[in-house]
Write a protein that binds this ligand. Structure first.
Ligand SMILES: [Zn+2]
Length: 259
């Protein structure tokens, strides 16, 4: 259980089994799915074709996709049926300045785009309700995860104790080196996530997210970390750090099905 890799002809998908229970579809694209983001200077027509191919593997249609324009902020967008297709075919239609999307409506695909940043997927099977979060180090330190769960409580009345959360492939604590000033900023919130050795400071972003999630009420055993580093495995993932600003982004999605 936990995260598994599924291979389709030419495409690899990572999925958390607990979040694919029949009521929900969740997945994260590997590098061989190609760049799936429209904001990095790639040919939009090719991106759209790749998006269609990868979503088809998951049994999903691109016209149900919902995206935000990610700015490393903490804005959470509440998404309803009128939002279907927002940002699916062009960047202009995406939710402005939005790094997290939540909904309790079915047949909407909530998407995030990452290459080292943390894609986080939240699912409350009781309500039911879902959320997707883009958390780079900036969003992590601003506790975007906490903002998102709080908003799900306000809007849907969820109980965090019922929630499942999955942390997708992202930069590991071995690769995420920071200067002392940034390390101190992390220490102010969760000191146990900073690692010091003779080579300098590093931060465990996944541990930080896990602490935020448990502090707001999620059960530790219901948080599933893929434990796959995008920067350690450039053959399998795009890595912003390892490739110095590569244009490729993976897509992470979660969708409630109408069952
Ligand atoms: Zn690594």
């Amino acid at each position: 259980m936990g995260w598994v890799q599924a291979n389709y002809p030419g495409l690899t998908v990572f999925q958390c089994e607990e979040l694919n229970d029949g009521q929900v579809v969740q997945g994260f694209s590997a590098r061989n799915c190609g760049n799936l983001a429209l904001h990095t200077g790639d040919d939009p027509n090719r991106v759209i074709e790749r998006r269609k191919s990868w979503l088809k593997v998951l049994g999903l249609d691109l016209d149900r996709l919902v995206s935000g324009i990610q700015v490393h902020g903490t804005k959470v967008a509440l998404v309803d049926r009128t939002a279907a297709g927002s940002g699916a075919f062009n960047i202009e239609g995406a939710f402005p300045e939005t790094d997290a999307l939540i909904t309790k409506e079915t047949e909407l695909i909530l998407a995030t785009y990452t290459a080292d940043c943390l894609p986080i997927f939240v699912y409350d099977p009781v309500t039911p309700a879902i959320g997707v979060i883009h958390a780079g180090w900036r969003g992590t330190i601003k506790s975007i995860v906490t903002f998102t769960i709080k908003r799900m409580i306000e809007e849907f009345g969820i109980n965090p104790v019922n929630c499942l959360a999955a942390i997708g492939p992202s930069i590991c604590s071995g690769c995420f080196r920071v200067d002392r000033q940034l390390a101190e900023a992390f220490e102010k919130v969760h000191p146990q996530t900073v690692i010091e050795d003779e080579s300098g400071s590093r931060v465990d972003l996944q541990a930080f997210i896990r602490l935020d999630l448990t502090e707001i009420g999620l059960k530790p055993e219901r948080i599933y970390d893929a434990k796959l580093c995008t920067s350690c495995h450039p053959d399998r993932f795009f890595s912003y750090r390892a490739e110095k600003g590569v244009i490729g982004r993976m897509m992470g999605i979660i969708a409630l099905k109408s069952v």
